[in-house]
Design a protein around this ligand. Structure first.
Ligand code: 5AD
Ligand code: SF4
Length: 428
């Protein structure tokens, strides 16, 4: 979502006469778009700030440093007081004012703007997308879920959806410009709602899928509580809606899920997984897990491991619980010792990696449709693309026959826990 927000900011700045340069050395101003979801994301920004201060500001007093995004929202005026090098602080709903605020900074005054809005969706701003064949498209902003550990509802405000018609129009233009994949983004895409027609997410995604069979559609993130049969049916029905569902479960313990305010049980989650597996064969399901939530016992942790074994996710983002000021969980003692959190997280990661590896081994001998992206990082003669299930597939392309944006069928010959390797058997 921050990638897409950065493209929106770039578009706003460009339209008011600013130019994007290749390196911070050449710049008048540098803006850091930030995430607050865990403490280490914020510590990285603080480290980067100190670097920029040292490298650029010390040499040029007029160099402008701006913090935008969730950290701006969370720290507000304090960021300017805390880090003297910061000139502008702009929250996620204030990007339209960015050119004026930068002018203010240029004239020597610090600028802070962190009002949240209940309506801003930047609907009329075409993000400045620069490269590739895949585009991000934010279909909604904010979140109303208030999971106990999560800072997002406080930094990004209330949930609001972009109008369906303009999303369809923007996607149509993307396709005509040569994009072949669009990822619909929202904190909780299942609660998308078009104000004008009352259309829900399954309707939106089917209309976008109908733009062209050559356009792949992805989406993230789904919330298990709002995942419904209509959506599962729609994904099954359209070949160009990718067979990959990211469905964060967070924990395998009902007691912890309740404390997290996730509003579903393990049993309910498993019933959705069953429906997905029976309706969409060969689909990939991925998840998010938090290890060491306050009061998590060894038994709770074992239940999370059990759930991983039962579902057999193709992949997972796995995190250590990080207390965030202002959230409900922050009021609870962060009582799982650091070594225990790390040990539990490692057990989760090791188990998940072995499951991913086993699932990838099953792909050997299968033929997967791959959208060709770019040369692989390691070898010049090899290219990479992704399967519908979002797996990275590497294949030889010595004469450069296969171009970015082509669809090819690849016979899988080898695999690791993260990557599949094969040979093209047919170009479409
Ligand atoms: N600590 C650790 N992980 C968190 N996430 C959100 N908030 C926290 C936190 N305070 C994780 C959740 C979410 C993902 C985007 O980040 O797993 O699904
Ligand atoms: Fe955070 Fe929960 Fe909203 Fe996801 S659904 S952004 S975890 S509050």
């Amino acid at each position: 979502m921050n990638f897409n927000d950065t493209e929106i900011v770039a578009s706003i700045m460009k339209n008011s006469g600013w130019e994007i340069v290749a390196t911070p050395e050449e710049a008048t101003a540098v803006l850091l778009n930030t995430c607050s979801v865990r403490e280490n994301a914020e510590s990285r920004v603080i480290r980067r700030l100190k670097q920029y201060n040292h490298k650029f500001k010390k040499l040029n007093k007029r160099y402008i440093i701006g913090i935008i995004g969730c950290m701006a929202e969370r720290f507000n005026q304090h960021l300017v007081d805390l880090e003297n090098s910061v000139n502008v602080v702009i929250g996620p709903d204030e990007y339209r004012r960015m050119p004026a605020l930068l002018d203010q900074a240029l004239s020597g005054n610090k600028a802070v703007a962190v009002e949240l809005s209940t309506v801003e969706t930047y609907d009329d701003i075409i993000p400045l997308r620069t490269e590739g064949i895949s585009a991000w498209l934010s279909i909604m902003r904010g979140c109303n879920n208030f999971c106990s550990y999560c800072v997002v509802p406080y930094t990004r405000g209330r949930e609001r959806s972009r109008p369906m018609q303009s999303l369809i129009e923007e996607t149509r233009q993307l396709f005509h410009k040569g994009f072949r994949e669009v990822t619909l983004l929202g904190q909780n895409v299942n609660s998308y709602k078009d104000e004008e027609t009352g259309s829900t997410f399954d309707i939106l995604i089917s209309k976008i899928a109908e733009i062209s069979p050559l356009l792949r559609i992805r989406f993230t993130t789904s919330h298990p509580r709002d995942m419904n049969d209509n959506l599962i049916q729609t994904i099954a029905q359209y070949p160009n809606i990718c067979k990959h569902i990211h469905l964060p479960v967070q924990s395998g313990s009902n007691r912890i899920l309740k404390k997290m305010n996730r509003r579903y049980t393990v049993e309910h989650y498993l019933s959705i997984i069953d429906k997905i597996k029976s309706t969409i064969p060969n689909s990939a399901i991925t998840t998010d897990i938090i290890a060491g939530y306050p009061s998590e016992t060894e038994e709770d942790h074992q239940q999370t491991l059990e759930l991983l074994k039962q579902v057999r996710f193709s992949g997972a983002f796995m995190f250590k619980y990080s207390p965030r000021e202002g959230t409900r969980a922050f009021d609870e003692p962060d009582d799982v010792p650091e070594e225990t959190k790390i040990r539990r997280l490692n057990e989760i990661i090791n188990l998940q990696n072995s499951i991913s590896k086993e699932l990838n081994q099953l792909e050997k001998g299968r033929v997967l449709e791959v959208l060709v992206e770019a040369p692989s990082k390691k070898k010049q003669q090899e290219w990479m693309g992704r399967s519908s299930s979002n797996k990275v597939v590497i294949f030889p392309n010595p004469q450069g026959i296969y171009k970015t944006g082509d669809y090819v069928d690849v016979l899988i010959k080898k695999s690791t826990s993260a990557t599949l390797f094969g040979e093209v058997v047919e170009k479409k």
